[in-house]
Design a binder for this molecule. Structure first.
Ligand code: ADP
Ligand code: NG1
Ligand code: MG
Length: 489
């Protein structure tokens, strides 16, 4: 972690003096009897485009939000974890953390994770990194303002903040990319097989730029957004906890099975190893457009049964479950492979086009390079109405695909997207879906009238909520910077 903020490590800064920090500090003192030693802050994110493709190995294009998870922390002289939340709907929790094996992450009887399970994921990840044994512990008090279960990555902000707090307390220097990868891995203890986008942007985000994130090795390249583009987030008023159902993992394993079948049919199969849709593309040295053709060729059916997949892959059901399915998808008997793979390859094409158009002509006619960064290496804005229209159409295409092919939308999300269209504003669901938020792209001068239109036609007319209350569900946002540590002294 770096004290000047300039290196590749999580920056350490002086503690800001604001009401929120002071309230959290007070809460900490009330709970534990003394002042916190340090704070960590990890932002939520909004993904502009590239949905459900990070776990298939494809680049995504998110940016960090202002909304974040803030944790006040102190070191304990025994290996215990004491967790509190400023919001009293989240219960207190305490456990021993002598070794990572001590940490069992168990959900409630309905399969929904307890809130502190996300903290445990982060702590377990840090302990694994530390090779298991610690002699000191941690007291944490959490204050989160990322709307939970809404596709803005509250979960990863919480996991990452907990992991960062323990690593900092143990004096472990880690690069942003290393800690992002560690957090992506440890959030999977919650039960979902995510791809790493949320943790990557949480640590690698930069102010005023979105990031084009690529994998293996993890890398983030700043992307300039058109100067006149504004991004508006609107909540559908439906929440979806991704670890409480198997919807998310079902999509992950459908992509895995699709990849394995295409690889097998195209003569590029490996042993029983999991292969992603991007690995198949690389192995075949094909373009994304070629891959779309191969999906139609090798996965023509609307629905595949477990038996049919076993026959194609030449494995029995037990092997299929063991090698490719997750504990919460083992019992599934039918799978949609064509639809999921088509979404992934076509969404990956949309991401490339989005990025390409972001890095086009600047207002003064100069060109930015392919990274969306000018010759000085700083991040600059550029763009005009046509570029905003192209980017918007790509976002609309993404939503259509998520609704029809990936089936992860929600009636309220579709309604928000349709109401946006009435004002010629393009939008799409963001995050995993099944509820949560849309992200809309509109010219800056239209933001106020667009928000008024959504307020009137969605929140007031459709959802029967008060106009003043509606304001808290829709907001314009600009890219924020990534995680940081604050020290009081
Ligand atoms: P998201 O799209 O926000 O990442 P997830 O379903 O992945 O949604 O995770 C949401 C869960 O994270 C919540 O149900 C809750 O358990 C936990 N969580 C998020 N924010 C907070 C918070 N401020 N305090 C406690 N728990 C939180
Ligand atoms: P959200 O909606 O924030 O939980 C999830 C995954 C991402 C990505 C998106 C869909 C986790 C932690 N996050 O995000 O990796 O796959 O869905 O694009 O699993
Ligand atoms: Mg999440």
């Amino acid at each position: 972690m770096s004290a000047n903020g300039a290196s590749d490590e999580v920056p350490i800064r002086g503690l800001p003096n604001n009401e929120r920090i002071n309230r959290l500090k007070e809460h900490f003192i009330q709970e534990f009897g003394y002042e916190p030693l340090f704070f960590v802050r990890v932002p939520g994110r909004v993904n502009l485009i590239g949905e459900h493709i990070d776990y298939c190995g494809y680049p995504v294009l998110p940016m960090a939000l202002e909304q974040d998870i803030l944790i006040a922390a102190a070191i304990l002289n025994k290996p215990e974890l004491h967790v509190r939340n400023v919001n009293n709907k989240f219960s207190n929790y305490e456990t021993e953390i002598k070794s990572c094996e001590d940490i069992n992450i168990i959900s409630d009887p309905n399969g929904k994770p307890f809130w502190y399970n996300y903290v445990l994921c982060g702590v377990k990840g840090a302990l694994e990194f530390l090779d298991g044994k610690i002699t000191s512990g941690l007291q944490l008090c959490v204050d989160g303002i990322v709307p939970p279960a809404s596709g803005l990555s509250s979960s990863s902000a919480l996991v990452s903040a907990a992991c960062l707090a323990l690593l900092y307390a143990q004096n472990v220097p880690l690069s942003k990319t290393d800690i992002a990868s560690l957090c992506a891995k440890c959030e999977r203890y919650i039960g979902t097989q995510g791809g790493g986008m949320d943790q990557a942007i949480a640590f690698l985000a930069e102010k005023n730029c979105a990031q084009y994130i690529t994998w293996q090795p993890l890398n983030a390249t700043p992307v300039a957004l058109p100067e006149n583009a504004a991004f508006v987030v609107a909540h559908s008023l439906a929440e979806a906890n991704k670890a409480a159902t198997n919807d998310f993992n079902r999509r992950v394993i459908e992509c895995r099975l699709a990849a394995k079948i295409i690889a097998t049919c195209a003569g590029a199969a490996t042993d029983n190893k999991i292969i992603t849709l991007s690995q198949v593309q690389n192995k075949l040295d094909n373009t994304l457009e070629d891959m779309v053709d191969l999906v139609h060729k090798y996965l023509p059916k609307e629905l595949y049964t477990k038996g049919e997949i076993c026959d194609i892959l030449n494995v029995n059901e037990q092997e299929l479950e063991q090698f490719y399915l997750t504990p919460n998808t083992k019992h599934l008997t039918e799978f949609k492979l064509k639809q999921r793979a088509l979404h992934v390859y076509e969404e990956a094409i949309r991401v490339e086009n989005f990025r390409k158009h972001c890095s086009q002509t600047m207002p003064n006619g100069t060109k930015v390079n392919g990274n969306g960064v000018n010759g000085n290496g700083s991040c600059e804005n550029g763009g005009d109405k046509e570029i905003i229209d192209v980017l918007g159409s790509l976002m609309s295409g993404s939503h259509h695909s998520l609704k029809e092919l990936y089936e992860c939308s929600h009636d309220n999300l579709d309604h928000l997207v349709n109401i946006s269209k009435e004002m010629n504003v393009h939008s799409r669901l963001t995050g995993a879906g099944w509820g949560g938020c849309i992200i809309a792209l509109c010219p800056k001068e239209k933001v106020d009238s667009y928000i008024d239109h959504l307020t009137e036609n969605f929140y007031v007319k459709h959802c029967n909520i008060d106009k003043s209350q509606a304001k808290s569900y829709v907001f314009a946002t600009i890219p924020n910077h990534g995680a940081e540590i604050y020290l009081s002294k």
